[in-house]
Design a protein around this ligand. Structure first.
Ligand code: SAH
Length: 455
């Protein structure tokens, strides 16, 4: 029997879906071990005991696994953003591939899923094009900008991050100087008072365009001109700040961005390229965070769609039309549906920007809009983590397209939806994981399904 604060020697046998090591005590109790890697022998310090399992952290690594590496980031454990940085990248890919396979098999009920090998990153560092830094005040009253400490909302003063663009450090420094120089108030989650909430940045990897967006609990900032001047004065090497804006968020919520946007410099958007398709991106629109891997993912989706030029295609959950425009060149017509109005505005502009005339976009919930669209030959869905709405799955089953491409950022909800689809006339032909989120446990998957034909 284990108790809190016990210390036990454990061999780590597996990883949980959240990236914790899993070991078993001599009497068979499952213990989750933070910072444990399969193959390690660790001294686990027990932090919590439940009926069937216990939680712990690796106090000492007694014998390291061959897959254990030193995290590149000195604050990886404190931050919690990268729960797998201590695991060799190849082993991370193996873990993700296996997790996807097991979801499709266990939850999806598909025996021996037709998996293609996971697509990993060539260089798994400094890949993210989006960063969000909370702003806070520490115990000594000093302004801190960085990340939330693991499992808390204490802001750790550190903008150095090995998976984001290194230029962010200079931007964060400038904003800190601005807050201190002009004594701008900082938002306090407890009271809902104070102005500065978050620094949000995005950049176009292909264009070098940078957007800086300050999320504030108010309508204006003091000395806006001085802030703009401070930011534009930064030397960001090959990158150029093209857009500085404020986002107004007065709600007492954990949601980072509010709905209103005001430009302080330039337009409230930047542009980027994926392959040779140009995209305009506003801060309120969803845009994939890993541009190198996104190109690979979209190429797989296009390949799975098997277009010949004559098809009517639906692209549901289309965001700013990224996949739609990739598909439009190979299809007869594409219909994109997305719930965020700003994203659809971007999508329409993006079609124009690229001279694409056979793509049409609609604002609304995919489950409501899809039944009203022209009957498709091929459907592509790319839902958020919660997966497809049940009503939408019903529509897909009823309109019976020749092919369905399912792009997912959550293997578990993907598998839940695959179960419904494969029980209702679809066959899973291929599934390929693509690692968009190195060092985290998240994984993107692209699946090809076909209508089952009776022979
Ligand atoms: N295919 C796009 C976006 C995928 S992210 C790309 O690759 O960039 C999922 C998108 O679904 C987000 O843009 C989100 O705003 C949108 N969304 C969420 N719920 C929705 C719903 N019920 N109907 C339509 N779109 C929805």
């Amino acid at each position: 029997m284990l108790n809190k604060n016990d210390e036990v020697e454990l061999k780590i046998e597996d990883l949980s879906k959240d990236g914790e090591g899993i070991g078993h005590t001599a009497d068979g109790m499952t213990v989750f071990v933070m910072n444990g890697v399969p193959g390690d022998v660790v001294l686990a310090h027990i932090t919590k005991v439940k009926k069937t399992c216990a939680f712990s952290f690796a106090k000492e690594i007694l014998k390291p696994s061959a897959d254990r590496v030193e995290p590149k980031c000195p604050v990886a454990r404190l931050c919690g953003g990268c729960s797998l940085q201590h695991l060799d990248y190849k082993a991370q890919l193996g873990f993700k591939e296996e997790y996807v396979r097991s979801c499709i098999e266990r939850i999806g009920g598909v025996k021996n899923p037709p998996m293609e090998p996971i697509v990993g990153m060539d260089e798994p560092f400094f890949f993210r094009n989006k960063a969000q830094f909370p702003i806070g005040i520490d115990r000594d009253g000093k302004v801190v900008i960085g990340f939330y400490r693991h499992h808390s909302h204490d802001v750790v003063d550190n903008a150095t991050c090995v998976i984001q663009g290194a230029f962010n450090e200079k931007i964060v420094d400038a904003i800190k100087r601005y807050i201190e120089t002009y004594k701008v108030s900082v938002y306090d989650e407890a009271t809902g008072k104070g102005l500065m909430r978050h620094v949000f940045t995005r950049y176009g990897k292909a264009t070098g365009e940078v957007m800086v967006c300050l999320v504030i609990n108010g309508d204006t900032l003091p000395k806006e001109d001085a802030l703009v001047e401070m930011l534009l004065g930064l030397d960001l090497g090959d990158l150029t700040i093209k857009s500085i804006c404020i986002n107004i968020n007065k709600a007492k919520t954990n949601v980072i961005l509010g709905e209103k946007l005001k430009s302080l410099f330039g337009d409230p958007w930047i542009e980027d390229l994926i392959g040779d398709v140009r995209y305009r991106i506003s801060p309120l629109s969803f845009y994939q965070v890993n541009p190198g891997q996104t190109k690979k993912l979209y190429d797989i989706a296009l390949n799975y769609a098997g277009l010949t030029g004559c098809e009517v295609v639906w692209d549901l959950y289309c965001g700013i039309g990224t996949i739609s425009l990739f598909l439009a060149r190979a299809a007869r017509e594409v219909y994109g549906v997305e719930i965020v109005p700003e994203a659809i505005e971007d999508a329409k502009l993006n079609a124009k920007l690229n001279g694409i005339e056979n793509a049409e976009f609609f604002v609304g919930a995919a489950e409501d809009v899809a039944p009203k669209l022209k009957k498709p030959d091929v459907i592509v869905v790319d839902p958020p983590r919660k997966g497809c709405d049940e009503k939408l799955l019903e529509t897909i089953i009823n309109v019976a397209p020749k092919r369905l491409v399912y792009v997912s950022c959550d293997p578990a909800t993907l598998a839940r939806d695959l179960k419904i689809l494969t029980e209702s006339g679809f066959v899973l032909k291929k599934a390929r994981p693509v690692d968009q989120f190195g060092h985290s446990t998240h994984c993107e998957v692209c699946c090809e399904l076909e209508r089952f034909r009776k022979s």
